[in-house]
Design a protein. Structure first.
Length: 164
């Protein structure tokens, strides 16, 4: 089971005991926010894409959407999500539990700038009813991210409203 793989993976940082499991589904941003009693934007959703034959994960804030133009400018290819029925085979976690921890070898992980406005966020932990609260530094370390990227839209509107 993927959550057990994540639990084992997080042991290297003694973080395995911080995994929260719920009696209810946390498989979508909305459901995870309800289960965690937090705002949906603090859910760190993990999106799966093909880049040619390779697979990449983009971890973004719950209120962010991938901006196709930014994605293509950054990666040089059109954003092509992995079909739901292939995600578990390609990434190592099923849809609803996809996370940046304990993924299949060769999967590259990027963190989107939309996450940086929070002290902590809640990514899933390999199942559709789990999460862990992590700081940005922990997310970087635990995910083994390649780098931070700016490939999302919609979340900046709130920032602009606060500034304006």
């Amino acid at each position: 089971m993927a959550i057990e793989r994540v639990r084992e993976y997080l042991k290297q940082w003694n973080a395995q005991e911080r995994i929260q499991e719920f009696e209810v589904s946390s498989a979508t941003v909305e459901l995870a926010a309800q289960a965690l009693h937090c705002e949906g934007k603090r859910i760190a959703k993990t999106l799966s894409f093909f880049q040619g034959e390779e697979c990449v994960l983009i971890v973004a804030a719950g209120d962010a959407k991938v901006d196709n133009a930014k994605y293509k400018a950054r990666f040089g290819v059109k954003a092509k999500m992995i079909p739901a029925e292939q995600v578990e085979e390609k990434i190592g976690h099923a849809v609803g539990g996809v996370c940046p921890f304990a993924v299949n070898a060769g999967v590259r992980i990027y963190l989107d700038e939309s996450l940086k406005r929070f002290d902590t966020v809640f990514p899933a932990c390999g199942s559709g009813n789990s999460a862990i609260e992590v700081t940005m530094e922990e997310l970087e370390e635990y995910s083994g991210t390649r780098e931070w990227v700016d490939v999302c839209k919609c979340w900046q509107e709130e920032q602009q409203e606060k500034a304006g």
